[in-house]
Each structure stands twice: as structure tokens, then as C-alpha cells.
Design a protein around this ligand. Structure first.
Ligand code: SF4
Ligand code: SF4
Length: 146
């Protein structure tokens, strides 16, 4: 397991709050721009020419809720949690998964990403954990490899 990761209920609660805030922002914006159809195509990053970066607190939130033993490495260009086109960790998915919508305004998404990253970075300072912002494959594989 990666140093600095582990169960932390206070941190999990704050990550959940950030995701709740994010949902409100996206809901408001989607009234204007339409919604993600959750088809899962963008979860194949090479196939969709897409990248996904995640932070430490988000990985901690996922692992705390899934259980460390259920964290999967990423061995192809597709997120391992995308199974038969569906996100199997939807409730715990990362901020970038929540923000990205192929049919929505790119500027809105970019600004929202910046704001969320600031919030996640503040959490790292508050809980004194290293701030990491890594490509999904790197983050999952590093976690599994320990
Ligand atoms: S966590 Fe879910 S939404 Fe995010 S890339 Fe993986 S399968 Fe897709
Ligand atoms: S963002 Fe687009 S490609 Fe990705 S799941 Fe939503 S509709 Fe599908």
C-alpha cells in the first residue's frame, strides 16, 4: 500500500462533501448543456483519446470504501472498474469522472476541475498527507504494487 494512504473517516467525509458540492455544480450546468449518457466509452482512455488524473484523497476515498484488497491494477487502456461498459464504482468514482462530459462545455469543465483540485489540495494540507496528482493507471498500479 502506498505510504500516506489508509482509512481516515474525517478525510472520507470531506471528500464526500466535495463530491456532493460537485454534483450540485454539474446538475446546474447540465440544465444548460445536456448530460453524460454514461455509455462508458471515455473509460477506455486510448480508444477515446482521453486521460484521467486523480489525487491522493480521491484514491483514499475509493480504497476505504472498496477495501484495499479489492483495488484493481490497470493493465489495459480501459479503467479496470469499467465492466461491460458500466462503472462498477460509480458511487466512489473520481472527480474527473464526475466532471468529464463529452457533450458539455470544455471551459466549464476546466474551471470546475481547477476549483476541485484546489479543494482536494487543501484537504491534503489539512490532513497532512502528500499531495499527489497522477494518471489513473500510475495511481492504481502504484497502490496495488505497494
Ligand atoms: S472510475 Fe468509473 S467512471 Fe471513472 S474511469 Fe473508471 S469506470 Fe470510468
Ligand atoms: S462523457 Fe461521453 S463518452 Fe463518456 S460516458 Fe458520458 S456520454 Fe459516454
Amino acid at each position: 500500500m502506498v505510504a500516506g494512504y489508509g482509512a481516515n473517516k474525517g478525510l472520507d467525509k470531506k471528500v464526500a462533501e466535495i463530491y456532493g458540492w460537485l454534483a450540485g455544480q454539474i446538475r446546474e450546468h447540465n440544465k444548460l448543456t445536456g448530460q453524460c449518457r454514461a455509455c462508458g466509452k471515455c473509460c477506455d482512455f486510448d480508444g477515446f483519446d482521453h486521460r484521467l488524473f486523480i489525487t491522493g484523497p480521491e484514491l483514499m476515498y475509493l480504497t476505504a470504501n472498496l477495501g484495499d484488497e479489492n483495488v484493481m491494477p490497470m493493465t489495459t487502456s480501459r479503467c479496470p472498474y469499467n465492466i461491460e461498459g458500466k462503472c462498477t464504482v460509480y458511487e466512489y468514482r473520481f472527480a474527473a469522472c464526475r466532471i468529464f462530459c463529452c457533450s458539455a462545455d470544455a471551459n466549464f469543465q476546466s474551471e470546475l476541475s481547477e476549483t476541485v483540485l484546489k479543494k482536494l489540495k487543501s484537504l491534503c494540507e489539512e490532513f497532512q498527507i502528500p499531495y499527489r496528482y497522477n494518471d489513473l493507471a500510475f495511481a492504481l498500479n502504484a497502490f496495488v504494487d505497494g
